[in-house]
Write a protein that binds this ligand. Structure first.
Ligand SMILES: [Fe+2]
Length: 346
């Protein structure tokens, strides 16, 4: 059964269910047991999949399977009907679904199924025909997606980061070329920090830099914050004191992470559990303060640092003298969106 529907090169449709899997024919047929017997060892058979179903309804529940290239995709008829990309089901201009998913019969089965080298054709009981490009299916099916991992992240400490010799991206290349921006974002996704150098050291130029990647997120600190050690905001950041490792804005609805400075009174943990909280806090703090886990960077005028607050903490040593620093918060969705537009898997 499988062999007869193997496409000229690499696609193989395996249904193991009541609906037809014919070469373009519109009639249904039953071939009990055929699926398990004809499939090779390398392909998981429909009958194996059915082992997970109650014996009373094994055949009706079997997932249709499609092999393309090296990917075995286990599909579902309702899913296949729901994701139909025909003009009446899907508006390709707006990328929006026109089909009312709730109107799909949850027991729907196609009258006919056919697969050629590049396309899967399904004819539904009402005559509607759905076509799927096999490339599209591989990209969008569950099994295909599983193979497509997120952009890799490197778990690093100071030594690993130094050895990697991650280059800073030049400001001009960052602002004027997609390659420069992509290189920067790739580093940012890999390590959770990335640098741009040769930035004109002004608030305005830093703002232009930020806007190259994302929408700037306004907060109670303003759009661009600009701080010196004048305590103007009533926050430790605006002093010369050391700042322990932390992430920012933990008190927002979309918080960035851990911050001992802004931690509220612990009043949601009962007395007999609160000591465990402190033990956990101590263990975490010990890890965070290990010298090998810290990268010390002297920020000079013109060097901009981007930090992924979901991954990397930051802090500073106490200092003397006059220091100016400006920056802003970016919206995470837009940073990741920019990365995706450049072809990165963010
Ligand atoms: Fe901070």
């Amino acid at each position: 059964m499988c062999e007869s529907f193997r496409a000229a090169r690499s696609a193989c449709w395996e249904q193991g269910a009541a609906a037809a899997a014919g070469g373009g024919g519109g009639r249904s047929r039953e071939e009990p047991g055929a699926a398990a017997e004809t499939l090779g060892n390398s392909i998981r058979s429909a009958s194996q999949a059915s082992l997970h179903h109650p014996p009373a309804q094994p055949r009706a529940r079997r997932a249709p399977e499609l092999t393309y290239g090296n990917t075995l995709m286990r599909l579902d008829f309702v899913w296949l009907r729901d994701h139909c990309r025909s003009a009446s089901c899907y508006n390709a201009k707006t990328n929006q679904r026109s089909l009312d998913t709730a109107s799909v019969d949850l027991a729907i089965r196609p009258q006919a199924v056919r697969v050629d080298e590049s396309t899967l054709f399904l004819t539904w009981p009402d005559g509607h025909v759905t076509r799927y490009g096999l490339e599209w299916l591989v990209k969008n099916s569950y099994e295909g997606q599983k193979k497509q991992v997120m952009h890799p992240r490197i778990l690093w400490n100071a030594e690993i980061y130094r050895q990697a010799q991650v280059p800073s991206v030049d400001c001009r290349s960052f602002l004027e070329t997609d390659e420069g921006l992509k290189e920067f974002l790739q580093n940012f996704l890999l390590y959770g920090i990335a640098f741009v150098e040769n930035v004109a050291p002004t608030k305005e130029d830093t703002e232009i830099l930020a806007e190259r990647i994302s929408i700037i997120r306004e907060t109670i600190y303003g759009r661009m914050w600009y701080f010196t050690s004048d305590f103007s905001r009533g926050d430790t950041a605006y002093t010369k004191l050391a700042l322990d490792r932390h992430t920012d804005t933990t008190y927002f609805q979309e918080p960035c992470g851990y911050n001992n400075y802004d931690r509220a009174v612990i009043n949601t943990v009962p007395h007999d559990v609160v000591r465990r909280w402190y033990h956990a806090h101590r263990a975490l703090t010990t890890e965070l303060r290990r010298p090998e886990n810290e990268l010390w960077v002297k920020l000079k005028p013109g060097k901009a640092l981007f930090v992924d607050n979901w991954r990397v903490l930051h802090g500073r040593e106490a200092f003397t003298g006059y220091r100016q620093l400006c920056g802003c918060y970016l919206t995470r969705d837009d940073v990741l969106n920019t990365a995706r537009l450049l072809g990165l898997q963010a």
